[in-house]
Design a protein around this ligand. Structure first.
Ligand SMILES: Cc1cc2nc3c(=O)[nH]c(=O)nc-3n(C[C@H](O)[C@H](O)[C@H](O)COP(=O)(O)O)c2cc1C
Length: 164
């Protein structure tokens, strides 16, 4: 069993609440706020789950924006990474849940990503987080589709458990 850490960046609490649900879905996972976590804190973990809300127009949440240049320099040998991001598919339909793309872009080539998700059941116009027809991680919409969140997390965590 790998050691699991979840690192979330949340500006108004929605991503934090989701990160707590994801943590509760695993038997044993550590939870860190991107605001305050250090690369040293993350070294002991084999399985890293990085989550952030989307701000601006498809931009990365502020605390993760500060953390990312440090995480980029981490040694990821033997580690797996899964991503999730929150967004608002009604108000920001053309940049839905784009936050995770920024983490993906920075770590691509250094990291083994797992946990891509079908876009079936989502409605939005465009998202940088969709690559080759799938979300690169879990997209969640607590503004409009909060009724879907628990089932989306359950299906995703089920998939991730193949890798931990
Ligand atoms: C200034 C601002 C910009 C946003 N930009 C986007 C966006 O481009 N795409 C998107 O999907 N959601 C966007 N959102 C919606 C948030 O990502 C969403 O409400 C999220 O649940 C907030 O999570 P948090 O409370 O953890 O920060 C934006 C919200 C704000 C306040």
């Amino acid at each position: 069993m790998s050691k699991i850490a979840i690192v979330y960046g949340s500006s108004t609490g929605a991503t934090e609440a989701v990160a707590e649900k994801i943590k509760a879905s695993f038997d044993d996972a550590a939870l860190f706020n991107a605001d305050g976590v250090s690369v040293d804190d993350l070294k002991p973990f084999d399985f890293l789950i990085f989550g952030a809300s989307t701000t601006g127009i498809g931009d990365l949440q502020d605390d993760w924006e500060i953390l990312l240049p440090k995480v980029e320099k981490m040694d990821f040998s033997g580690k797996k990474v899964a991503l999730f991001s929150l967004g608002d598919s009604a108000s920001f339909s053309a940049s839905f849940a784009g936050a995770m793309y920024h983490i993906y872009k920075a770590l691509k080539g250094k990291v083994e990503f797992v946990g891509s998700v079908s876009t079936d059941g989502y409605s939005f116009d465009d998202s940088d987080a969709v690559i080759d027809g799938k979300f690169i991680g879990l997209a969640l919409d607590e503004d409009n589709e909060y009724n879907e969140t628990d089932a989306r997390i359950a299906a995703w965590v089920d998939d991730l458990k193949k890798y931990v």
